[in-house]
Design a protein. Structure first.
Length: 439
């Protein structure tokens, strides 16, 4: 037999539901004040998806702001909440309507009206099923509160995490620009401000470092040019007894000049946001050209270069830069592979990417140092040293590949030697752009 719910259970129900609607209403008012009506609508949609509770939102002139489905039924409850304050309820057979007043920091009042899933819950017989349904409703309301709390705290954490990832990838221009996060006034807001200060300092340090490198390189070019000219005069005037020493000075001068040129190149690449004057490049043709030139250098040292082209993909980029990136890796392999062995250059394509693989039979690199060999001037404490290289070639390669939306890495071969990979997005002939950027 059905009976009317005792007042005790009605009061408990109103207390539970009132806590949820009060938190919901105050959170919505705070968001409206901080970010405006569009943010309030997004917040309402998110809560509706998570809790199946559709709110109406009224200002002090009783204008409904969210475009809810039944503002006429909600209007009397909104007027009541504006008059009496707090949270007001109207319980019917099919539903319970709750209206909660909340105020901005400036004291402007708003009212949130929600329809709660009550139905005939209060008229159920006193049975275990009725008790279980009441518990279920309480759990749903508690779940709604937890969902709102989770959304409130995880949204800024996700924003901070994404910004940290961009900063770690080398984008020193990354900043937290979410105004609502910066104006929260809590620990997360302070953390966002500290992040912006840290990012700005890192950006200034990186800029200063690039400027210093460029300035030093420019300052070294003038005395080096004069040294080269003086060396030429000395070679013409000196006798055969100084020929060996002067030739050694000439080689070291040329090496120093190459190092300065590469320092300037790396500085320009690090300051460049994207490659300019790009075009579709036939990667197979480019690799064959590089291998043809590299064979002359390899044969003088008793080494060989073998090319294995399995595909002929197009990539979008600046041809001279791509040539420099691949050539640096090939020449590095030629320097380190032993006499009588070969350097293998392979080109494969699969899905959305093309991969260039360069393999040598040299001493390899300790696994702990593999990621560091792409840093400028990094030296490996083993038999694999610079071998008259500048220590900048692989750093230039990595920056060029990153500018083209690709990635590069190295790994040791089980049979000995190093395997270096360059992966680039394939050019899509139909849409006229790369299919995928791996950044």
């Amino acid at each position: 037999m059905l009976f009317t719910e005792p007042q005790f259970f009605i009061t408990r129900w109103h207390n539970i539901a009132g806590q949820g609607t009060t938190f919901f209403a105050q959170s919505a008012v705070n968001l409206l004040e901080a970010e405006g009506l569009p943010a309030l609508k997004r917040y309402s949609d998110a809560v509706t998806r998570g809790t199946q509770v559709s709110p109406c939102f009224f200002d002090s002139d009783l204008h409904e702001l969210l475009g809810c489905s039944s503002p006429a039924r909600a209007l009397p409850m909104a007027r009541k909440a504006f008059t009496l304050g707090g949270t007001q309820f109207e319980t019917g057979l099919e539903e319970t309507i709750g209206a909660t007043q909340a105020k901005t920091k400036g004291g402007e009042p708003y009212v949130m009206v929600v329809k709660l899933p009550r139905g005939r819950l209060m008229l159920l017989p006193a049975s275990p099923l009725a008790f279980a349904l009441r518990v279920l409703v309480a759990v749903l309301v508690a779940g709604a509160i937890c969902y709102i709390l989770t959304w409130h705290f995880t949204r800024p954490i996700v924003a901070l995490r994404r910004a940290t990832a961009r900063l770690a990838s080398g984008d020193f221009g990354t900043r937290i620009e979410d105004r609502s996060l910066l104006r929260r006034g809590d620990e997360l807001s302070a953390l966002a401000h500290d992040f912006n200060v840290m990012a700005e300092r890192l950006q200034n340090l990186a800029t200063s470092q690039r400027r210093l490198t460029a300035d030093i390189s420019h300052e070294l070019r003038s005395p080096l040019t004069r040294l080269t000219a003086a060396l030429g005069l000395a070679q013409r005037k000196a006798g055969p007894e100084l020929e060996t020493e002067l030739a050694r000075i000439e080689r070291e001068s040329e090496r120093l000049n190459r190092m300065i040129e590469e320092m300037l190149t790396l500085t320009k690449l690090e300051a460049s946001p994207a490659p300019q004057r790009s075009e579709p490049v036939n990667l197979a043709e480019l690799i064959e050209e590089i291998a043809c030139d590299a064979r002359f250098e390899a044969e003088t040292r008793g080494r060989m270069v073998h090319v294995d082209v399995e595909a002929r993909p197009l990539v979008q980029g600046v041809r001279p830069l791509l040539r420099s990136a691949i050539e640096n890796v090939v020449r590095n392999a030629i320097r380190h592979t032993p006499d009588g062995t070969q350097v293998r250059v392979a080109l494969t394509a699969g899905g959305n990417t093309a991969t260039v693989t360069v393999m040598d039979s040299g001493p390899g690199v300790p696994d702990a140092n593999l990621a560091n060999i792409f840093e400028p001037f990094y030296r490996v404490d083993s038999g694999r040293s610079h071998h008259n290289g500048s220590g900048l070639g692989l750093a230039i390669t990595m920056r060029i590949v990153e500018l083209h939306g690709g990635s590069t890495w190295a790994e040791n071969r089980s049979e000995g030697g190093l395997r270096t990979f360059i992966r680039l997005p394939v050019w899509d002939r139909e849409v006229g752009r790369p299919i995928l950027y791996l950044t």
